[in-house]
Design a protein around this ligand. Structure first.
Ligand SMILES: [Zn+2]
Length: 287
């Protein structure tokens, strides 16, 4: 069933696990994540970036497709359809299109403007029963062109944006989007503890979940992280499996060119990746 993400994340935070946010790119991707969630009796968040929304034909297409798939596939676990890193306009468009959850990323604005825009979007989304995630800008980070620290949020700014009534908070704790560089220093648990102390019981969100070592993921969950975003890892798994199929010449055998056959190994690879993350995050069986 399609729901907002508030209850599933409050429950996760209370019970000490995290719900995976998996970005989707097309129908196959969506089906793979939904099937895996159902098989593992796990709540799940389908993340859609503005770019992916455009790619799939627009936010309305995505919302209608996800709603129809949840119904047609008899998905009984809680599913949230969530805008990932939304602009001010994009957030409003997704609220209108029927998303059940949104992220307004105002981190590029000065804090006062971020707070003002977030406040407006909290009121709009909550008036329609939609959950909302927000983010404050990173401090520190790039020094002399070296990004080994990743993104770090200011606990005081985190407290200010949390006070607006947002449902969950994306907090930079040394995480990085995409692949992690060689010189990465790991998650910064001092900053995470400070953010946790400053923001009370709000579920925290860890972006850039690809390639963070399992022990760090578990420690982050123990310190209040209840939503972990995974994108790149599914893309890498899909690409590797598809590459293997083509390089083995399978598309040239019999009807191996049929998209239902051609894309099948990639779909299996996404499913395996998602299942592995659900195990690691502890969300299996938590419906
Ligand atoms: Zn992100």
């Amino acid at each position: 069933m399609l729901v907002n993400a508030t209850n599933m994340l409050v429950k996760a935070r209370e019970e000490g696990y995290a719900v995976g946010h998996f970005n989707i790119n097309n129908l196959e991707w969506t089906k793979a994540v939904l099937e895996t969630a159902e098989e593992n009796r796990s709540p799940v968040i389908l993340g859609v970036s503005e770019g992916a929304g455009k790619y799939m034909g627009g936010f309305l297409t995505v919302a209608q497709m996800v709603k129809a798939m949840v119904e047609s596939m008899n998905i009984t676990v809680p599913v949230a359809l969530h805008l990932d890193h939304g602009s001010y306009e994009g957030t409003k468009a997704c609220i209108e299109a029927g998303f059940s959850s949104v992220m307004f990323d105002g981190s590029k604005y000065a804090i006062e403007e971020n707070l003002a825009k977030t406040k407006e979007l909290v009121e709009l989304s909550h008036s329609l029963g939609i959950s909302i995630e927000a983010e404050v800008g990173a401090i520190g980070g790039e020094e002399d062109g070296v990004v080994g620290d990743g993104e770090l949020a200011d606990p005081e700014e985190c407290a200010k944006i949390t006070a607006l009534g947002i449902d969950f908070l994306a907090a930079g704790i040394g995480n990085i989007h995409g692949k992690y560089p060689e010189n990465w220093k790991g998650l910064n648990f001092d900053v995470l503890e400070k953010i946790k102390d400053a923001t009370g019981s709000i579920p925290l969100v860890l972006h850039g979940g690809t390639g963070i070592p399992a022990d760090m993921v578990k420690k982050a969950i123990s310190l209040g992280v209840a939503k972990i975003n995974v994108n790149t890892e599914c893309q890498l798994a899909f690409a590797a499996a598809t590459r293997e199929y083509i390089l083995a010449g399978k598309d040239l055998e019999s009807k191996g060119y049929d998209p239902r056959k051609l894309l099948a190994p990639g779909v299996s690879a996404i499913k395996a990746t998602v299942a592995e993350k659900m195990q690691l995050f502890g969300s299996v069986g938590k419906v």
